[in-house]
Ligand binder design. Structure first.
Ligand SMILES: [Zn+2]
Length: 582
């Protein structure tokens, strides 16, 4: 078969021919951002060769950070629409250099992205030209389609009804302060839930009326559970299976349990804080499996279900041959993807809420597409290079339409020159991120807090802009002045602004929320919702990093996501865990 890009193919073959690999066929490299040494495994080299890209110059962790920096954080701002001049809710801060317009308009035929087309100059630096285009083409204020009903304050979400401040979620009703969830209703402050109903501050699968339950499945009416399955009416327990009326891992009678529960008032802020501290201690002491997952084969990662031949993955479902990636379902032979459902042969791809993608490289926020490189916010496209905001297009470069023959000629030239200049083969440079680093998804993960270092690496830092949902003309109450008990909160709180003193952010309580706290006897929160939403990953120390530790029971050294420096106790290898817990 004749290649579409003969010049580039020759250049990349020369690159691989000159590559000095070790005996195994891999190579140690030094990350150009962190200075850390990282190993490119022989199977990685094989993958890069297969998709014709050079070896990465950044460590897996830095590659992951860079994609996070291209995704919005869990917050909203208000910006002026470049299309209508109206003020709109947005994931872009008010001082964004981009042209923002209403997503309803953006996803309509009211504008034509090809009118922004430019002729590329292969001799000139690619990313300077791309940046010019990126600043001219409008971007949607929110990445939502039209399937959401009465859910204005949501992003990267579909099929939501009556939801508020909800992100990266599909199929939900009455969800407040919610992220990364599927098929839930009537919940608040939850994350990574599947089929949860009437839950608070929890994550798990098939849970009903659970509050503060982590890694819990098939459980109902329980509080403060960690790694429990099929439990009901349990309080402050870990590693339980098929239990009822357990309190602090002690079996009680129904009457004893109910008596104890009656004496507890979680609607009191201080009492709740005490139980939350106990819960933290409980989690620290609980037995943890070195790797969480079901039906995984020949893989390194955690939270893997039905996966095979995966390496350095977290939250991986029904996938095969995926490496250095997080949060995906139905992916095959892909590297460095973040989010996404149904994809194959993708590399360095930020795919949150994206589905059905094939052969996408160095791109973000593209959906239902194939064979795109260096594209940003393109939907239902194929064979495009360096494009922004296209829908249903093919054979475009810099938003300019070509015939297939011309397209390949232009792309061959561009890619060959880019490879020669060291530009080709990695994700967009940090400076091209659509969000300031400190308003991006990096804020939700631990380990990326050093803004000075980020700046040195080329990330764009802005002074943290104020959040949008606050009207300052209302009377303000300091969080520390809030009534301790929900019983003492009257409806006037709805007309006040609360100052989260610790984070210097203002927020309000909305009617659904107040009714929820009253119904489930929970005190008013004192921390701003955006901060609460970003916190759980930090509490879990969720990083795309793995270590080796001895099993606390048998001493066998096993891989784990728990950093030994954190001093987690009771990490068990799978057989020991299964013998003791499962
Ligand atoms: Zn063991």
């Amino acid at each position: 078969m004749n290649s579409n890009t003969p010049k580039f193919d020759q250049a990349i073959q020369q690159y691989f021919a000159g590559l000095e690999l070790d005996k195994k066929g891999g190579q140690w490299r030094t990350c150009r951002f962190s200075g850390e040494k990282f190993y490119v495994r022989p199977e990685d080299v094989k993958f890069y060769r297969k998709i014709s890209v050079p070896l990465p110059t950044l460590s897996p962790l830095e590659r992951w950070r860079r994609k996070l920096a291209f995704a919005p954080g869990y917050q909203f701002f208000k910006v002026r629409s470049a299309h209508t001049g109206k003020e709109v809710i947005s994931v872009y801060p008010a001082n964004t250099p981009f042209k923002i317009c209403e997503h309803e308009i953006w996803f309509s035929d009211q504008w034509e992205p090809l009118t922004y087309g430019k002729v590329p100059d292969a001799e000139q630096p690619f990313f300077d030209q791309f940046r010019e285009l990126q600043r001219e083409v409008p971007r949607p204020n929110l990445n939502n389609d039209s399937s959401n009903v009465n859910s204005e304050y949501t992003n990267s979400s579909m099929h939501l009804k009556n939801c508020y401040v909800t992100f990266d979620s599909v199929y939900g009703e009455d969800l407040y302060y919610f992220e990364c969830c599927t098929n839930n209703k009537n919940c608040m402050d939850c994350w990574a839930c599947l089929s949860a109903d009437s839950c608070y501050g929890s994550h798990g699968t098939k849970i009903f009326k659970c509050s503060f339950c982590y890694w819990t499945e098939n459980s109902i009416k329980s509080y403060f559970l960690f790694d429990c399955k099929s439990c009901e009416y349990c309080f402050m327990c870990s590693n339980l299976r098929n239990k009822k009326y357990c309190f602090s891992n002690q079996q009680l009678s129904k009457e004893e349990y109910e008596k104890k529960i009656r004496e507890i008032n979680l609607g009191n802020y201080e009492e709740l804080q005490k139980y939350l501290r106990d819960f933290q201690e409980l989690r620290r002491n609980a037995i943890k499996k070195n790797i969480y997952g079901e039906k995984w084969v020949n893989s390194v990662g955690s939270w893997m279900v039905n996966v095979k031949d995966c390496y350095f993955v977290l939250f991986a479902y029904e996938s095969e041959g995926v490496c250095y990636s997080l949060g995906f379902l139905g992916a095959r032979d892909s590297y460095d993807v973040l989010g996404g459902t149904n994809m194959e042969l993708c590399y360095e791809f930020l795919a949150i809420s994206a589905e059905n993608n094939y052969g996408i490289k160095f791109s973000h926020t593209t959906n239902n597409s194939r064979d795109l490189e260096y594209c940003d916010s393109c939907f239902s496209c194929h064979d495009c290079f360096g494009c922004v905001g296209l829908r249903n297009k093919s054979f475009c470069v810099f938003n300019k339409q070509y015939s297939p023959e011309e397209y390949w000629r232009v792309v061959d030239l561009l890619k060959t020159h880019m490879l020669g200049r060291g530009e080709y083969g990695e994700f967009f440079p940090p400076a091209l991120a659509p969000f300031p680093y400190n308003a991006s998804l990096t804020t939700a993960y631990p380990g990326f807090e050093d803004l000075e270092k980020a700046k040195q690496d080329g990330y764009w830092i802005e002074s943290a802009p104020d959040d949008a949902s606050v009207e300052t003309s209302l009377p303000m109450l300091r969080a520390s002045e809030l009534p301790l008990d929900i019983k003492d909160v009257d409806d006037s709180i709805l007309q006040k602004v609360i100052l989260d003193e610790e984070h210097n952010k203002k927020f309000r309580i909305v009617p659904f929320e107040l009714a929820f706290y009253r119904k489930y006897n929970l005190p008013l929160p004192r921390v701003h919702p955006f901060i609460r939403m970003a916190q759980w990953r930090k509490d879990m120390d969720l990083r795309l990093q793995f270590w080796e530790v001895p099993c606390a029971k048998c001493g066998k050294v096993v891989p784990t996501m728990y950093d030994p420096a954190r001093g987690e106790k009771n990490i068990y290898c799978e057989p020991c865990y299964n013998a003791k817990v499962a």
